[in-house]
Write a protein of this length. Structure first.
Length: 278
């Protein structure tokens, strides 16, 4: 039986500063994010002058995955396991922190010197307890390697999962759907989705209808269970579709560490302070 997902609630965003002082839009009630997602930050868009661009200097993580998706600007990644890379518009970085990694995400020297627009997303994805202490890994998918689906006024970059018959090539620890969608005014998208997965849609341009509910720019829509998502664009719009399984495990969280118990958090802090995290 085909059942269309409905909007269960809409969460507004608020603007805050992160990392070295860069502006992000973040859902006002982060605890409302649906498992397995832990954080959803829209970085910018911010148009920096020469010498103004900032990022996230060296910092640790343990127990989850970070996804960086860049829409504008250039960022440099470097981490404690030796991975280095430059992110350009359309590039995706999927970093599994596992038992521990220390990394930095900074504007390139060119961006710092000349300034310019930076816009993108950072998303945190939880790991199962059995995977929280695995070896860290780093995946990078450039814009010309990512899979794009297009149909009747709908454009979709399939970061993870599937859309319009196109599948992602990225390897995820659990079944994740992460899709960047652009829609012309009046266009429609119908996407099937495993009905037991949690799903939410974050709109960052324009306005869309999901069923009889309108979701505007800067809003996060949490969806009910169902086998399909039906979206209609009220105007030229862009949004992210995020879906994944419920992880029914305890969450202990402190800053850059996400584990299952407070003892594991204390251990992560001690390991970092003693230089044993990564």
């Amino acid at each position: 039986m085909i059942t269309s997902r409905k909007v269960r609630s809409i969460i507004p965003t608020r603007t805050t500063l992160e990392g070295g002082g860069f502006k992000v839009r973040r859902p006002a009630a982060m605890g409302s994010l649906m498992s397995p997602f832990l954080l959803l930050d829209e970085m910018g868009p911010t148009d920096y002058g020469p010498g103004e661009a900032v990022g996230a200097p060296w910092h640790p993580h343990r127990g989850f995955e970070t996804v960086t998706y860049l829409l504008a600007g250039e960022m440099e990644h470097e981490d404690s396991v030796g991975s280095k890379g430059t992110l350009s518009p359309g590039d995706v970085q999927w970093m599994t922190a596992g038992k521990g990694i220390i990394h930095s995400e900074m504007p390139t020297s060119k961006m710092i010197a000349k300034g310019g627009l930076i816009h993108g997303f950072q998303i945190w994805v939880n790991l199962l307890a059995k995977d929280k202490m695995i070896e860290p890994r780093y995946q990078e998918i450039s814009s010309n390697e990512s899979n794009i689906a297009e149909k009747e006024g709908v454009w979709a970059r399939v970061i993870a999962g599937e859309c319009l018959g196109i599948e992602s090539s990225i390897d995820t620890m659990i079944p994740i759907t992460m899709i960047h969608v652009k829609m012309d005014k009046g266009s429609k998208l119908e996407k099937s989705l495993q009905d037991d997965l949690n799903c939410m849609i974050y709109v960052f341009k324009g306005s869309i209808d999901i069923g009889w509910m309108t979701v505007d720019d800067g809003s996060l829509a949490l969806l009910s269970k169902g086998s399909t998502i039906e979206v209609k664009a009220r105007e030229e719009s862009e949004y992210l579709i995020l879906a994944g399984p419920e992880i029914n495990e305890p969450i202990a969280r402190y800053g850059p560490f996400v584990m299952n118990t407070q003892q594991e958090i204390r251990q992560a802090i001690d390991d970092y302070n003693r230089g044993r995290l990564a």
